[in-house]
Design a protein around this ligand. Structure first.
Ligand code: ATP
Ligand code: CA
Ligand code: CA
Length: 432
């Protein structure tokens, strides 16, 4: 509700040039039951206007539990950023609408951040630490300039920075950013790569338990994997990566990763298709709790849902395995419209593998630099000291930003070598 309010508010204004003061701007709003009734009225009008079929509902039922304070940071800057990233303003609002959108993504990791997906899977909301919040505000002008000069940047796309405080609660900062992974394709393997080898290992037993768990640098090396891009795409990719890392080094940021999601075309999309069907047509499910049903269907009755679910399951059983083209045709593809202009998202929202000889591979990569708001501050410096005592100091994860960036680039140089290139190099070394 907070996001919807502040984004509508800024979108309603006449466009104007950005001013330096826009980068420091912050606006505080208080929401209570009275404001809610009013908002509810406004949103219902807006919905009628958008002429979309929605549940006429009570998603904003006035109630004491809605008392909260909401702070919006640099709204003009983020409005401009969303435009640069080619987001449609109405679409953005729709994706991030109130209670029926958010599903939590697993439990928080080491950092304690929480992740939420928007209902359509396009956006991620990540709660961030106060130090990350401060950093983003500080670097916003540099980030903005970088986006302007590098439309193909691999760095996370930030769409909004906000803070929420519930009555008697803590202040929680969060960003809205792009989900690197597409809604319409299964990601068969995920790697989070930093170029550090100490402790950067997902236990293979954990992988057996959860085949989709995020793997790390050592898992990548152990599998002798290669990001096969062919010489041309590789050059473009590495050039952009270098520019992005230069920025992060200059801003004294470290601890970021290259996130790599791999879709295997030969395995196709079956699981996503199945998940989706079950999710949308949950038989007998509580309609209020089933967000997709509200959004995609005209409040079907439980019986209607159950019938559709049965039908779809039967169809799926008959069709399995589903050919790629067929499944792709059935999947929503709006996300691609926004992304296909960008180099690294041009092949079906990602980057199609290409072998050294120019032949197309069987994989699509989804790539980006994530978690790039960690300053090299006291905590990381202390970590560097302690971990460095018992390990090789160049290989531990927390090292100063300058070195972190160099190591990161070197590692990515290595993994973007084709199999043949790597073999030739090894041969040459052996001959020396
Ligand atoms: P830590 O600081 O302990 O590394 P964190 O809470 O800062 O963790 P991230 O490193 O940002 O979390 O992300 C954790 C995982 O969430 C990633 O490895 C990835 O699987 C997923 N993830 C994060 N950002 C994105 C994104 N933009 N698109 C898709 N997946 C993402
Ligand atoms: Ca991380
Ligand atoms: Ca982090």
């Amino acid at each position: 509700t907070g996001i919807r309010f502040v984004v509508s508010r800024i979108n309603a204004k006449m466009d104007r040039e950005l001013e330096p003061a826009d980068f420091n701007a912050k606006h505080k709003f208080s929401f209570d039951m009275y404001v809610f009734s009013f908002l509810q009225y406004l949103f219902s009008k807006a919905r009628q206007k958008a002429n979309r079929v929605f549940r006429t509902g009570n998603e904003l039922t006035p109630s004491a539990k809605y008392d909260f304070k909401f702070k919006d940071y640099a709204p003009w800057v983020f409005r401009n950023l969303r435009a640069k990233f080619k987001l449609d303003p109405a679409d953005y609002l729709m994706s991030l609408t109130s209670k029926y959108i958010l599903s939590e993504l697993g439990s928080p990791g080491k950092s304690g951040s929480f992740f939420y997906f928007s209902r359509d899977y396009k956006y991620i909301i990540k709660t961030i630490h106060h130090s990350e919040h401060k950093l983003l505000r500080k670097i916003l002008p540099d980030y903005y300039k970088h986006i302007e000069n590098n439309p193909n940047t691999l760095i996370s796309q930030f769409y909004g920075l906000h803070r929420v405080k519930m009555a008697y609660g803590r202040k929680i900062h969060f960003v809205v950013m792009n989900n690197l992974f597409p809604p319409h394709r299964d990601i068969h393997q995920t790697f989070d790569l930093k170029g550090s080898t100490i402790g950067r290992d997902l236990h293979e037993e954990d992988l057996e338990r959860n085949p989709r768990a995020t793997m790390k640098d050592l898992n990548w090396l152990r599998r002798n994997r290669h990001l096969e891009q062919g010489p041309m795409k590789k050059e473009v990719f590495m050039a952009q990566l270098r520019r992005d890392v230069r920025l992060l080094q200059r801003l004294k940021i470290m601890d970021y990763s290259l996130l790599v999601g791999i879709h295997d075309l030969s395995r196709g999309n079956e699981e996503k298709l199945r998940d989706k069907t079950l999710q949308v047509f949950q038989p007998g499910g509580d309609r209020d709790e089933d967000p997709s049903a509200n959004f995609l269907t005209r409040t079907p009755s439980k019986m209607e849902n159950a019938r559709k679910a049965r039908e779809l399951r039967l169809t799926l059983k008959r069709e399995r395995p589903v050919p790629i083209q067929q499944t792709a045709a059935k999947m929503p593809d709006e996300i691609l419209d926004e992304r296909k202009n960008l180099v690294f998202y041009s092949d079906d929202g990602g980057l199609r593998a290409t072998h050294e000889n120019g032949q197309r591979g069987e994989e699509i990569y989804y790539l980006g630099i994530i978690d790039c708001l960690t300053p090299y501050g006291i905590v990381k410096k202390a970590e560097n000291f302690w971990k460095g005592l018992s390990n090789n100091r160049t290989q531990i994860s927390p090292i100063p930003p300058e070195q972190y960036g160099e190591r990161f680039i070197n590692f990515m140089e290595g993994i973007t070598m084709s199999k043949e290139e790597a073999e030739r190099l090894e041969q040459a070394r052996a001959n020396e």
